[in-house]
Each structure stands twice: as C-alpha cells, then as structure tokens.
Design a protein around this ligand. Structure first.
Ligand SMILES: C[S@@+](CC[C@H](N)C(=O)[O-])C[C@H]1O[C@@H](n2cnc3c(N)ncnc32)[C@H](O)[C@@H]1O
Length: 231
C-alpha cells in the first residue's frame, strides 16, 4: 500500500478532512447509505485518521475502529480517547478480536481495494454482523481503474501502482484493481445480498470551492458505494 497512510499519515489526515474527493464526494455519498446510527454498534474498518469514527460517535453510536497503520490508530485515539475502541489489525487476517453477531453496522470506506481477495474479510464481516445488519463500503470505480491503466484483461484482479497527489506531492500507492463481477460475487459468496448501490454525487458545495472537480464528478464517477445486507 506504500507510505501514504504511515509516513505521510498526518498530511493525509489534513488533506482529506475537507477536500473535494473525500470531504465533498466520498464521505457524503457513503453517509447517504448509512442513515441513523444512534445507539447502534458500529465497526469502522480501515478507519484512517478517525473522521468517520468521530461522526458516528457524535451521532450517538458505540464505535470500534480498526486500521493497519499504527499512525492512523494513534490519530483516532488522540481525537476520540475513550469514546472509541481503536486498535491496529491487518484486515487481510480478518477480525480475530471481534465476537460473532456483535455489530448493527460495519462501514469500510476506501479500504477494500488494498486486499487481493475480498472473500476472507467479507466472511468475517458477515460473522460479526447481527442478522440483517448492513455492510457499507466504498471503493474505486472499476471502470476508472480500467481506463487509467494498461489493462489486458478486465476480469483479472491486478495490483496497480500509481503516484497520487492527495497530499500535494506525489506519493506511490499500490492497490488492487478488480471487476464489478469479482466484487459482487465476493459479496454473494459471503452470504450478503445487495441492498443499495450508488456511484456517488458531489456535494453541491463543491460547485463553489472546486467547480472543475464538481463538473468532472457530475459527469464521470470516481468511486462506487455499496450497501449489503447480512443474510
Ligand atoms: C484511503 S484510507 C481511508 C481512511 C478512512 N476510511 C476514510 O475514508 O477517511 C485507507 C485506510 O485503509 C487502511 N488500510 C489499508 N490496508 C489495510 C489493511 N490490510 N488492514 C487494515 N487497514 C488497512 C490504511 O492504513 C488507511 O488508513
């Protein structure tokens, strides 16, 4: 995955708080699928600097937040103290510290593309969700990753390495590109049914602060947003 979430964690946290792609497109589009979390047990996977965790705590949820990066875990703990349970865990190894059927909602914004195989984590998410609970995640739009890379086979899962300018200087990031079929097959193989799907909407506020990005994202989506129900 590279240094973006470790060495540059503080700069990344600053950059995504209010920027166009995260603050005014990804976050509002994910939260549009979440709804009311008051008194709900929420698990935030790949929590980053705790912006989502803060939102859920403010809305009255009981929150557990997990990230691979110690730097991100520290930032989340500094921000939220005892209001959140937060610890480091590689989600490729599942959720060994979490009990069965203990969450109403699992949220995982912009993390699943760091995993080559989605099924082991999706099965773990299903295990820790109460029956009928929601699993909500966002990830790269498969067509964007397809279009922006020299792809020979759309259906293959492939590691892609790109330089991202998120923090104002190029930082190399590696992630996995996958097809829509791979994504939705991984959900059904893990006993989830699709409840809602969206390609997101830029917040109208973006028109004022980043008119060019607003225009681009209004015509060409960058992420996909999925709400799945645990059967
Ligand atoms: C793009 S950031 C998103 C942060 C946060 N979800 C948000 O949207 O504000 C991706 C996060 O996933 C974490 N991550 C990447 N691979 C992971 C893994 N295998 N296990 C747990 N966390 C991981 C990174 O450390 C980083 O904090």
């Amino acid at each position: 995955m590279g240094d973006m979430y470790t060495k540059y964690a503080v700069k990344y946290a600053d950059a995504i708080e209010n920027n166009a792609y995260n603050g005014l497109y990804e976050r509002p589009s994910t939260l549009a699928l979440v709804g009311d979390v008051d008194n709900k047990a929420v698990l935030d996977l790949g929590c980053g600097p705790g912006i989502y965790a803060q939102h859920f705590v403010d809305q009255g949820a009981k929150v557990t937040a997990i990230d691979l990066s110690e730097q991100m875990v520290q930032m989340t703990k500094q921000k939220l103290g005892d209001a959140v349970t937060c610890y480091a865990q590689d989600l490729a190894d599942g959720l060994p510290k979490e009990a069965d059927a203990s969450y109403d909602l699992v949220v995982c914004p912009l993390m699943v593309h760091y995993l080559e195989d989605l099924v082991p984590l999706f099965k773990e998410v299903h295990r820790v969700l109460k029956q009928g609970g929601w699993f909500i995640f966002s990830t790269h739009h498969p067509l964007v990753d397809y279009e922006e890379n020299d792809v020979n086979n759309y259906f293959a899962v492939e590691r892609i390495t790109e330089d991202w300018n998120t923090i104002g200087e190029p930082v190399e990031v590696s992630f996995f590109r996958r097809s829509l079929s791979n994504l939705f097959d991984s959900l059904s193989e893990s006993a989830f049914t699709l409840d809602k799907f969206s390609e997101g909407k830029p917040d109208p506020m973006m028109k004022e602060v980043s008119p060019e990005t607003f225009d681009t994202l209004s015509r060409r989506p960058n992420f996909i947003f999925v709400r799945a129900k645990a059967n």
